[in-house]
Structure formats: C-alpha cells, structure tokens
Ligand binder design. Structure first.
Ligand code: SAM
Length: 286
C-alpha cells in the first residue's frame, strides 16, 4: 500500500493525474485521493480506474462528475459541501486540473467564498513536452489549443508570432499538419520546433526540426494519439524596417521608453539603438 490517510481541511485540493503512464502519480496525490471526504472528477470512470490500479478504496465516499457540460449546475453543490466542512479532491481527465481542463471556475468560486484551494501537483503535458523538446526553457508561453475558426486562428498566430518565448500549443493529431503549414505561412519555414506525441506512453515520439521539416514529416502520415507542438522564438535578425514597424505599433499604446524596451526585447536588438529610433520617430510625429 503506497498511500496513507492524511488530515485535509475543508476546501479544494486539485489532484494532478498521469498523462499516460498510470505510475506517474505522486504519493501525495494518492494520499489526497484516499483521504478527501468527497471526490469530484471530470471523468468519474477514469478516476475510479486510477484509484483501483493504486489500491485506493472509494468506500462509501461520494464521487461527483464535474466537467465543462455540467459545471455551472454542479459547482454550487461542490461549494456548499466545502462550506459544510468537507474536504474536496478534484481530478480532471488527465494531467493538472485547470490546465486546458476544467477547474478554473471551481477554484475561482471557492476562493471568492474564502475557501482554501491547494494542489497535489504532478504531471502536465506542457511541462513534460517543454522539458524534452530541446528548445529554450528560460521563457515560454502556453497558448492552450488554438481557436478552430480560420479568422480567429490567423489572429492568434499573428499575436503569437512575435512573442519572445518558446511557444507551447496543444493540438489535435488531425490538425497538426495544417497547423504547421499555417505556421510556415505566418512565421516562415525556418523556426525550430518540435512535435511531442504520446508523452509517457508506449509510443512516445518527439520529432524536432524546422517548421518546414516538421510539416514535411507530417505530410501523408496519419498521426495518432495526443500531441503538443512547440515552436522556438523568432531568431531572424530583425531589419530596420521590422524595428520601425514594431515601434509604430508599440508607440500607439506605450510611452517612447516602454516601447523601446518592449521592441528591443521582442526583436533581440540593442535597447539603445531602438530607443534612439523611437525618439526620432516621436520627434517626426510632432
Ligand atoms: N490538463 C492536461 C495537462 O495538464 O496537460 C491537459 C488536458 S487537454 C484537454 C488534453 C491535451 O493535452 C491533448 O490534446 C494534448 O495536446 C495534451 N496532452 C495530454 N496528454 C498528452 C500526452 N500524453 N502526450 C502529448 N500530449 C498530451
């Protein structure tokens, strides 16, 4: 038996669960699952199965379904249970609750009611992919799933393109090829990226290369399973034209000084050079 009963206070504990391999659960997550007065799950069958694998008895404790389709109805009941002194453990289908999964509004409402919210942390596909993709990890932006509609997708790619960070995107395997092609169109062929598939599972695969190489690799292949896409920040040396156009946009909403800082960071250009260009542009506008 790997778990033990632990005292839990009235309130919410998010329990991270495996993203593939069932043994990727922490001992504390098992303790929380064994000890909470009430369990809630995005998929009650998945959580029951996980508890069975690890020998954690549900006994006569309630397990309540809480997901995107019933959240608004079930949330008040969960809040009431916690207000009545119950400890509640919530697990989403896989990985960390509230990360591209239900949980955010439950945590927000619990906090609004002055209830404690804590976590038994563990796996998440974002961090797992980022840690092995071979791309810089100093700064990253998790963009979740891109919007499916064409216009909104184009706008999202436009916004993400200039972010000076490694981008991490969740994607359906059916759309990976299309998305890589759209990224090539929006951002050029040469940015480095990675396709991380079936992490922690038997057929785990990580393909690294430029966006064009990755798009070629996907062409004609029917990818299966779950996928995280990662893309390095733009490493092209920005031209004077790039700098001026970025400054023009930035100076519509920011001071000269802040615009210079933002643009020099975004384009990797010396701040002094960008600041002088911004001053000259501001003067021309007067
Ligand atoms: N809450 C989860 C987390 O913490 O990662 C994410 C849930 S979200 C609904 C599911 C998406 O996460 C999948 O479509 C895929 O993009 C990514 N994902 C989850 N498990 C994965 C795995 N084993 N390998 C690759 N990607 C995975």
């Amino acid at each position: 038996m790997n778990w033990q009963k632990v005292p839990l206070c009235a309130g919410l504990t998010f329990v991270a669960t495996p993203i593939g391999s069932a043994r990727d659960i922490t001992l504390r997550a098992l303790d929380v699952l064994a000890s909470a007065d009430v369990l809630a799950a995005e998929d009650t069958r998945t959580l029951r199965h996980l508890m069975e694998i690890h020998g954690v008895p549900l006994a006569d404790r309630p397990m309540i379904a809480y997901h995107d389709h019933n959240g608004a109805d079930v949330r008040p009941r969960l809040i009431r249970l916690m207000q009545d002194g119950k400890s509640l453990a919530y697990a989403s289908e896989a990985g960390t609750p509230a990360i591209a999964d239900p949980g955010f509004t439950l945590a927000r409402d619990a906090l609004e009611q002055g209830l404690p919210v804590t976590s038994a942390p563990g796996p998440s596909a974002v961090i797992t992919a980022l840690s092995i993709a071979g791309l810089p990890t100093d700064r990253f932006l998790f963009a979740g799933f891109l919007p499916p509609a064409k216009g909104a997708r184009g706008q999202a790619l436009g916004e993400l393109g200039a972010v000076p960070a490694t981008l991490v995107i969740y994607e359906s395997p059916k759309r990976v090829h299309r998305t890589l092609n759209e990224m090539c169109e929006a951002w050029g062929n040469d940015r480095q990226g990675a396709v991380c598939r079936e992490l922690t599972k038997k057929f785990e695969e990580v393909k690294r290369g430029t966006l064009a190489e990755l798009a070629d690799w996907c062409a004609g292949r029917s990818l299966k399973g779950e996928v995280v896409l990662l893309v390095d920040r733009d490493r092209r040396q920005a031209t004077g034209e790039d700098m001026e156009s970025a400054l023009e946009t930035a100076m519509q909403t920011m001071s000269v000084k802040d615009s210079a800082t933002a643009v020099s960071e975004a384009l990797g250009l010396p701040r002094r050079k960008v600041y002088q260009a911004a001053l000259a542009m501001a003067k021309d506008d007067q």
